[in-house]
Design a binder for this molecule. Sequence first.
Ligand code: DGT
Ligand code: MG
Length: 366
Amino acid sequence: QISEAEVALFSVSSYACQRRTTLDNHNSNLTDALSLLAENAELNNEDGRGVAFRRAAALMKALPTQVISMSQLRGLPCLGEHSLRVIKDVLENGVSSEVESTKQSKRYKALKILTGIFGVGAKTADRWIREGIYNLEQLRHSGQTLNRAQKSGLEHYDDLNEPVTKAEADAIGEIVQKAVDSVLTGSQVALTGGFRRGKLTGHDVDFLITHPEEGKEVGLMPKVVAWLESRGFLLYQKTTRNSYLESKDGPARPASNMDRFERCFSIFKLTKGKEQETASHKIWRAVRVDLVVSPISQFAFAVLGWTGSKLFERELRRWAGHEKNMSLSSHALFDNTQNKYLRATSEEEIFAYLGLEYIPPSERNA
Ligand code: DGT
Ligand code: MG
């Protein structure tokens, strides 16, 4: 029993972009459970449920101390009936029965294994499962036609499911910087994604490339990719062309979250340091790397949009739309009331336009 005095009543803002969420999580027992259910919902294409669990998990991540009793959660936003039931189960029994049965389920296990292949999403995995394919062995013998990405993903499955370290991200950063310097002097490379938020590991490495002179970045991606390819750094690459400027009515209001920068999805061949060499004597490993090129005029929006976390980004856009009548994307901020774009050269300016306190990357780990 805890006395009233011991019950800390937390006061927490309802949008994740109003909160400071560091990597220091005092409630990982609860957030792990909620995140697993979020992931399971996403794998089953139940996006609404996924977001609800993500919001609940993010709320728990932002609490300053460990929760030990349901009474401490009174009045907190973002906690739906279902999430509260899961939390109660964990607090009372140490585990959530729903999480445990999900983890054990044949379908969840198969979805995890199959979507662990680069290039395979929830829809493809679901189709394969309906055809009786539950693991890599069955997939390999199924005669399914795989696209180029999926073939590469299957070939490098173990490497790509091994977390990337910060040291590896930095090593790749040096290679990308060298490539960019060689093809266009003055170009800049920024590490974004989870590593910019201070994470020590990640599932991939995200880079944003720009040039201080507007327009100079045009045509940069193919040159960078060719440089990397000719030196044997790429095991796979697929570049998608920028479609932003191609839309007939110019840089129109950001209609969707789909981002229209020139982007390269790649698999890097990273030579290991001596100490990382394994028993197999393989001297390199495969690493997922995303390269994005942005014109300098959109760079601040691009950096903000690619730093994450995914939920933080989603909440920023929801805040912009619902609270400020603005549309935020990785390209621009449009004020629907004034009917104009708001220019920015730094993330700080964007937060200011949105009427939000500035949250540094290390506190965007929602
Ligand atoms: P990780 O890689 O698992 O350690 O975690 P993150 O946070 O680096 O996640 P990641 O790599 O999937 O994505 C990095 C950020 O980039 C994420 O917060 C959202 C953003 N992002 C990812 N894909 C897209 C996209 O297609 N369009 C836009 N606008 N943003 C994206
Ligand atoms: Mg990442």
